[in-house]
Design a binder for this molecule. Structure first.
Ligand SMILES: [Zn+2]
Length: 298
């Protein structure tokens, strides 16, 4: 009998404790945040990588299966995933993760969104009709979202509420220290003008006081055109910019063309976690972004 008990306890110790929550995220930044807050209690899967355009992905059967098993779906919202998430949710038939249910978390709903159109019209293109959805590049907003997400993890997994609270306290402390450091480092970026490929950067610019000098896309989601590039070149001759920014998920062709016409450097930034070798977590994402912006602005 004693041997049997020893054997059973050995088996129990050997089998990994089941994770408290299965979290499906739409973008890698929210997977990174869920891992910061959940640690070993969460099993996290991201639908997209930094090299995929989060506006447009295929609603593959493998993704539907992941949503079906999820306890919590974490996405940017504000229509960023409107082209694919509704289809995944419909096909997955997992009622708890449907919008407005406890298993559905929209990061952009917790913060003040920028660039909300004054009137509901799609004249600015089909994307961003609910305001700009690329909310993760302002760490002050990430702090607000982190607090909300920690609360939601506790709600979904109350047995481990203490665990999520402790991890959030630790994250929030390190994050505030990092924000203070980043703001000090990034002071010379205030007023620096940059051309963007897509309006991915409005929250970063809002935080750092940088200025969007134009976008390669004439309207969000529309491809650039020779006429639009010529207009941009004229505008840059009147008011120069220091760099042209694009992400790991965008082709650099339009950026290189404008660079060849106007002679300003092209800068590829990680944009999200996994967008470069170094940007392996949220802290490294901002470290690298600020260092590379500073180097390009010199
Ligand atoms: Zn967008």
């Amino acid at each position: 009998m004693r041997h049997l008990l020893t054997l059973l306890s050995l088996l129990a110790a050997a089998s990994p404790a089941a994770a408290g929550l299965t979290v499906f995220t739409c973008e890698p930044e929210w997977a990174a945040l869920a891992e910061e807050l959940g640690g070993e209690q969460v099993e996290v899967y991201s639908a997209t990588t930094a090299r995929q355009d989060p506006h447009h992905i295929q609603a593959r059967p493998s993704l539907i299966a992941k949503v079906r098993r999820a306890d919590l779906v974490v996405c940017s919202g504000a229509e960023l995933e409107v082209g694919w998430l509704p289809m995944l949710l419909r096909q997955a038939r997992n009622p708890v993760v449907l919008p407005w249910r406890p298993g559905h978390f929209e990061a952009s709903s917790f913060i003040k969104r920028l660039a909300i159109p004054a009137e509901l019209d799609r004249s600015e293109g089909d994307l961003h009709a609910a305001g700009n959805p690329h909310v993760h590049l302002d760490p002050r907003r990430v702090a607000i979202i982190a607090e909300a997400l920690a609360g939601r993890l506790s709600e979904r997994d109350p047995d481990h509420a203490d665990h999520y609270r402790r991890r959030h306290e630790d994250f929030a402390r390190r994050w505030q220290q990092a924000i203070a450091r980043w703001e000090q480092q990034a002071a010379p970026l205030r007023g620096v003008r940059a051309v963007v490929h897509h309006k991915d950067w409005v929250y970063l610019f809002d935080w750092l006081g940088m200025v969007e000098a134009g976008a390669l896309e004439p309207k969000p989601g529309l491809p650039t055109s020779p006429g639009h590039l010529a207009t941009l070149k004229q505008e840059l001759e009147r008011q120069p910019a220091a760099m042209i920014l694009h992400t790991a998920y965008q082709s650099d062709r339009a950026a290189q063309r404008l660079s060849a016409m106007h002679g300003i450097p092209v800068l590829k930034l990680p944009y999200t976690v996994g967008g470069s070798e170094r940007a392996a977590d949220l802290f490294a994402l901002f470290d690298e972004t600020i260092e590379r912006l500073l180097a390009a602005a010199r």
